[in-house]
Design a protein. Structure first.
Length: 251
């Protein structure tokens, strides 16, 4: 376990050479900022007056986050983390060390997952700050007591629903050095989500639409989506770990 923690610490130090950390901080801020501007311009008749202000604002922010920004953020974060090794041809060096290759693979996956989780954690104070600031400017918006537990629970479920997506993008960017391939997959998956996200037959099984299915609160089988995402992430991670042991990624 100590060896694995050392690998994670080494990966964390490498973040200084990538834009991954900055992206993790900037992406959720952009989403909340967009809907904060919306609050400053929304007409009274288009805003709920039944005490649902926080729920409405939260679902708007998390909806845009899970549907558009999150898939692209995951794609970029994983590509940037693995791109450090591809760009500097460091895979042969890493795999020559007296460390199991599968641990290197999982350490990078753990760091990528931690960065995505950090963006979710950042969303909570950003949403609250956005609501409070909008309330100060436009008191009629009706933001009352903050339902912190409800907002946190929704964010946690959406994060769990994104685990399969993180594992898929990590595997692709780990295996192939092409940034174009990694970004292309993210773009195609995000566009595909526009088509299938509302499909009762395919929406809950498509990795790029899983977070949106959960964050919307309208899927009666959201528990199944969470289970599929977690189980799929474990399978992809196991497959990727085995592949890391058997062959080196293209340098």
């Amino acid at each position: 376990m100590s060896e694995f923690l050392i690998l994670i610490a080494a990966e964390a130090r490498k973040l200084r050479r990538t834009l991954a950390l900055g992206l993790t901080l900037a992406a959720p801020a952009v989403v909340v900022a967009l809907y904060f501007v919306y609050l400053l311009n929304v007409a009274p008749g288009r805003w709920p007056r039944d005490g649902q202000a926080w729920l409405t604002f939260t679902r708007m922010c998390i909806g845009l986050w899970s549907f558009l920004m999150l898939p692209l953020c995951i794609c970029l974060v994983t590509a940037l983390l693995n791109g450090v090794e591809h760009a500097n041809h460091q895979w042969k060096h890493l795999f020559a060390l007296p460390v199991a290759r599968w641990r290197v693979y999982l350490a990078k996956l753990a760091v990528a997952s931690a960065l995505v989780a950090a963006s979710f954690f950042l969303l909570l104070p950003l949403v609250i700050a956005g609501g409070w600031t909008a309330q100060a400017v436009r008191p009629w918006l009706g933001f009352g007591l903050v339902p912190v537990a409800a907002i946190a629970a929704l964010l946690a479920k959406t994060l769990l629903a994104s685990t399969l997506l993180i594992a898929i993008h990590h595997q692709v960017s780990f295996r192939w050095p092409s940034m174009t391939l990694a970004l292309g997959l993210g773009i195609v998956g995000t566009v595909g989500s526009f088509v299938v996200v509302n499909s009762e037959r395919w929406g809950r099984y498509f990795p790029w639409s899983m977070p949106t299915r959960v964050s919307s609160g309208h899927d009666p089988r959201a528990g199944l989506v969470l289970l599929l995402s977690l189980a799929g992430a474990v399978l992809v991670a196991a497959w990727g770990s085995r592949g890391a042991e058997r062959r080196e990624p293209t340098a």
